[in-house]
Design a protein around this ligand. Structure first.
Ligand code: ATP
Length: 533
């Protein structure tokens, strides 16, 4: 008997016989937490919680089977890789510096219920709520953590949510990268809890959309985040994983200069020679971030993650705007494929970086750069740093004072006006090139000539959407782009959530079609990207 497993066995047993609705009443009214407790439950007790006699017979049958096969069928342990709880607690020496329990294969650490104390609510997602917490190690040291608890509804956790939660655990427990959120361990309690590294500054999306007086993130910082992201994604790709939910809402800030890829609920292993994951049935996906093949066929790969990387880049340089705002989800695929439309270049984004995003949005997955290649492309597109050598006060020019650090967004040696961001004021604008000297690279990425296209030319420049193929020339704006600031956005739980909100007036869009958070379901190959009913 494994009391640590809590009541998960009960949930699974009831789910298997379609009686999950009795999970809470059995647990809370009858106080059953172990299979042998049923020895003391009378039919009248089950009548009392509204369970009919045929259902009671099904339950008795299931219990009999459960008891005979319990040891070999411990599903939590199976899913999590066959760990044994008692093998996983590690005790650091009391006087050693703070060292967290290290993985020994399988689960990183099984954490006793009482060792984690939950505090302030940080947010909530599809199947869990996340709290700030404090984890007391066996040696007495305390580690600030984030604790994600599986949401338990009135009828207990739903099968899919439980499965997704455990899948997220099983994926995360094998990951170790400086820009991937670390899972410390799992509390096999009631509710089930993931204990994760705390990202004290919250999501990048929240930071991007934070109102004044919070200053905007400097362009150079955004480039740094992109490089960290590309590195983390290259790491995931090398481990045969596809993230499928790359977006600024799922990038967490561990420090002002460090992002961590989080939210592994949709991560899947890639399969087959083509390295793809094809969805087996209708499941929610983040439509506006998805590559065409994901929308059309439910096909995901490292290349579709690269597409999402391009959308994430766009979000970062748009101050957390919603991609394809105002375009009904069922029209996005049409806009991408038939109209060959792409998200427009945000003003903060240099043409070099935008060209990189367009390569991520190549229609054919094979034409998109890999994440490791992207790391090199980012280096090439890195905006050079300069320093102001005289005060600039001319009307219409970006104001600067001698000594101000300037990030050059556009400029070429032969143009008189450059565009850049003042690192002191965070303002962006054009300025006389003669007012700035390029900083000595000193190991920073600004070791190459400034981009050779002048801002004026660049604004008219039409980028190819075909990436390496270079066939298509069209790039245009989503219909609602011009009015997007007037579009009333449906905020659900917070800034980032609007991206998932249910589009109003979509034909046939119902809760069932679009999912709780406004996700859409891809159609089988060749079918229209419309809800199926
Ligand atoms: P999903 O429903 O796809 O899981 P989500 O990312 O919004 O979406 P969670 O992963 O449950 O859901 O996270 C909810 C919120 O909690 C996030 O938006 C984030 O702001 C916050 N959060 C999650 N993990 C951490 C963490 N490790 N440190 C700090 N805040 C976190």
């Amino acid at each position: 008997m494994l009391p640590e497993v809590g009541s998960l066995w009960l949930l699974r047993l009831l789910r298997d016989i379609q009686l999950a609705q009795f999970y809470r009443p059995i647990l809370e009214e009858l106080n059953v937490t172990r299979p042998e407790h049923f020895d003391f439950v009378r039919p009248e007790d089950l009548d009392g919680i509204g369970m009919g006699r045929p259902a009671q017979r099904r339950l008795a049958e299931a219990l009999k089977k459960h008891r005979s096969g319990f040891k070999s069928k411990n599903w939590v342990y199976k899913i999590l890789g066959g760990f044994a709880p008692e093998q996983k607690e590690t005790t650091p020496a009391p006087d050693s510096p703070l060292t967290l329990p290290e993985p020994e294969g399988g689960l990183k650490c099984l954490i006793p219920d009482g060792a984690v104390c939950r505090g302030e609510l940080l947010g909530s997602g599809c199947f869990g709520v996340v709290h700030r917490g404090l984890w007391t190690l066996p040696g007495g040291q305390s580690v600030p953590v984030a604790v994600k608890s599986l949401r338990v509804g009135p009828e207990g956790p739903v099968g899919t949510e439980l499965g997704d939660f455990l899948r997220e655990v099983s994926i995360m427990m094998n990951l170790e990268h400086p820009h991937v959120l670390r899972l410390h361990g799992l509390v096999l309690g009631q509710p089930l809890q993931m204990v994760m590294e705390l990202a004290p500054l919250g999501s990048l999306h929240a930071r991007l959309t934070a109102p004044p007086p919070t200053p905007p993130l400097p362009v150079a910082r955004l480039c740094l985040f992109l490089r960290q992201l590309a590195g983390a994604m290259a790491y995931l790709g090398a481990r045969g994983l596809v993230h499928r939910d790359l977006a600024t809402r799922n990038l967490l800030l561990a420090s002002p200069r460090t992002i961590k890829v989080a939210d592994f609920g949709l991560v899947r292993p890639l399969r087959g020679a083509r390295g793809r994951y094809v969805m087996g049935g209708p499941r929610p996906i983040p439509y506006a971030w998805c590559a065409p093949e994901s929308l059309r066929q439910g096909a995901f790969s490292s290349a579709s993650d690269v597409w999402m990387f391009g959308v994430t880049l766009w979000e970062m340089f748009s101050g957390g705007e919603e991609p394809w705002a105002g375009v009904p989800p069922y029209l996005i695929l049409q806009r991408l494929e038939q109209d060959r439309a792409r998200l427009p270049r945000p003003p903060l984004c240099s043409r070099a970086l935008y060209a990189l995003a367009l390569r991520c949005w190549a229609p054919h997955p094979a034409d998109r750069p890999s994440f490791s290649y992207l790391e090199g492309l980012l280096q090439e597109a890195w905006p050079p740093e300069g320093r102001c050598v005289r005060d600039v006060t001319e009307p219409g020019a970006l104001r600067m004072q001698t000594g101000d650090p300037i990030t050059i967004i556009e400029g070429s040696p032969d143009s008189a006006a450059w565009k850049g961001q003042n690192g002191r004021t965070f303002k962006v604008g054009s300025f006389p090139a003669s007012a700035v000297t390029l900083a000595d690279a000193g190991g920073s990425p600004a070791t190459r000539p400034v981009h050779r296209v002048s801002p004026a030319q660049g604004e008219r420049h039409q980028e190819s959407v075909d990436g390496d193929r270079g066939k298509a020339k069209l790039r245009d704006l989503p219909p609602a782009w011009g009015q997007r600031r007037n579009v009333p956005l449906q905020r659900m739980k917070g800034g980032a959530e609007r991206a998932w909100s249910h589009p109003p007036g979509v034909p046939g869009s119902t809760q069932g079609h679009w999912g709780r958070r406004g996700f859409c379901h891809p159609e089988p190959q060749g079918g229209p990207a419309l809800p199926s009913e």
